[in-house]
Design a protein around this ligand. Structure first.
Ligand code: EPZ
Length: 420
């Protein structure tokens, strides 16, 4: 198990420049999309994070060849050696499920382990399965595996019972090679979904309504190669904006996409942070010594992202007053609360709400990371806690943040990784 030791300072002044990496949640479906063609897909600005390597391991097992040169990935699936995504791979990275639809659409069959739940919730994939069945797939669940077969998929009119990022991405990919038109209703509108659709269009897919709640796909018989830029990671950027809002030194973020951060910027400005949107994808944030409390409810894009809930909660522990944070997306995404309490926070959970009472000085302690964004929140809290914080089981953080210690230390933090 790996640990991170943080030498915290309540008067920390983080300052300097940090470059945001490409989006984890955009690159994972883009890698799955390479299964839809036998030609080369080149993805630029990819983040070198654990989940990317997990996805590439799965793709290799399926028979894919890839070449990675720093943040530039070229991937090609001329044929597949196997159509099975094993449990070992799926359980460590749920997004593996996204290979099911592309395998089905291109090769007519697939066997993918049913992903279990995870720390933040039960994470069902019923909407993915129901959608693929509507496209004509025959799907059975056997010994923990989803067994799927289909001739050529047939376009259909599909409405998602609830907004699902992965479900929308999954069905857009499958529908791209289906016969006829597919209409997808109540689609997720996250930028990562749009970034995937733009890749598919470059590959020859016919997609209308990108970024809207209704997406229409006219299936084609085959897709080709493409060169595509992965969008900046808005959650990593949001995490660093919170770090800047917690301290008063002034941080400049480069390689961001401010248009994807509107709600996050709005909430942070309301809390007192000064955030300037500069030219060429640059943001500048300076925290305020007086942080205002505010209520936040997570929701699908363009609402406040659930992936920023834990990080924002840390900021609200330093606000002068009470804030209510409501988590509407996942049923168990408050696991970071107990660990923040160990650091001295005053938070009470009641159902889908966390009542955060500030301002509470934080003091360093040993804590345990439970999931990716909880890890980020514990590191943020450790930065401004008095004394030393040790975050245990910190491997989670590497799933979605590239070189987080290096980036924070370059801004003036004092963080070190303890391996062992
Ligand atoms: C994506 O997960 C992200 N992961 C998550 O980021 C993010 O939190 C989530 O979207 C919401 O924005 C990736 O993109 C790889 P959903 P996904 O399907 O697609 C329910 C991170 O920290 N649901 O939009 O799995 C589900 O239980 C990760 O980077 C069903 O009920 O999320 C949840 O309550 C964590 N049935 C809600 O929908 C289904 O078939 C939204 O889930 C699918 C989902």
């Amino acid at each position: 198990m790996e640990k991170i030791r943080i030498f915290g300072n309540p008067n920390l002044l983080l300052k300097g420049k940090v470059r945001t990496s490409g989006s984890k949640n955009a690159v994972l479906p883009a890698i799955a999309a390479s299964l839809l063609t036998d030609e080369k897909i080149r993805l630029k600005n990819i983040p070198l994070v654990k989940d990317v390597f997990s996805m590439l391991k799965l793709m290799t097992e399926l028979g894919t060849e890839y070449h990675l040169k720093k943040n530039d990935l070229t991937i090609q699936v001329k044929k597949i050696l196997s159509e099975e995504a094993s449990y070992d791979l799926v359980r460590v990275m749920r997004a593996s499920i996204l290979v099911l639809g592309p395998l089905l659409a291109r090769f007519g069959k697939a066997m993918v382990a049913l992903p279990g739940g995870c720390a933040i919730g039960s994470r069902p994939i019923d909407l993915h399965i129901a959608g693929l069945q509507k496209l004509g797939a025959t799907i059975s669940l056997e010994h923990g595996y989803i067994k799927a077969e289909a001739g050529r998929l047939q376009g259909a009119d599909i409405r998602f019972d609830k907004k699902t990022v992965g479900g929308t991405e999954h069905l857009v990919m499958a529908a791209s090679l289906a016969r006829g038109e597919t209409v997808l209703r109540n689609c997720a509108q996250e930028p990562e979904v749009s970034n995937l659709c733009e890749l598919l269009v470059k590959m020859g897919a016919k997609i209308d309504g990108i970024g809207e709640e209704v997406i229409r796909v006219n299936g084609v018989s085959e897709l080709g190669g493409a060169v595509h830029e992965i969008i900046p990671d808005r959650i990593e950027a949001g995490t660093f904006l919170v770090a800047g809002a917690l301290t008063q030194g002034g941080i400049t973020l480069t390689n961001t996409e401010p248009a994807h951060l509107t709600t996050i910027i709005e909430k942070l400005r309301y809390s007192g942070a000064v955030i300037e949107i500069e030219k060429n994808k640059t943001l500048r944030v300076v925290g305020s010594s007086e942080i205002k409390p505010q209520d936040v409810t997570t929701s699908s894009y363009p609402g406040f992202p659930t992936d920023m809930q834990a990080q924002f909660m840390v900021l609200m522990t330093q606000a002068s007053g009470t804030s209510i944070i409501t988590e509407t997306i996942f049923d168990r995404r408050f696991l970071h609360v107990n660990e923040l309490l160990r650091l001295g926070a005053n938070i009470e959970v009641s159902g889908d709400k966390a009542i955060v009472r500030g301002k509470t000085p934080l003091s360093g302690a040993e804590v345990i990371a439970t999931d990716l964004r909880a890890s980020a929140s514990l590191i943020l809290a450790g930065l401004v806690a008095g004394g030393e914080t040790i975050v245990n089981e910190v491997e989670h953080i590497d799933r979605g943040y590239e070189a987080i210690e290096e980036k924070l230390n370059a801004l003036g933090a004092r963080i070190e990784r303890i391996r062992g």
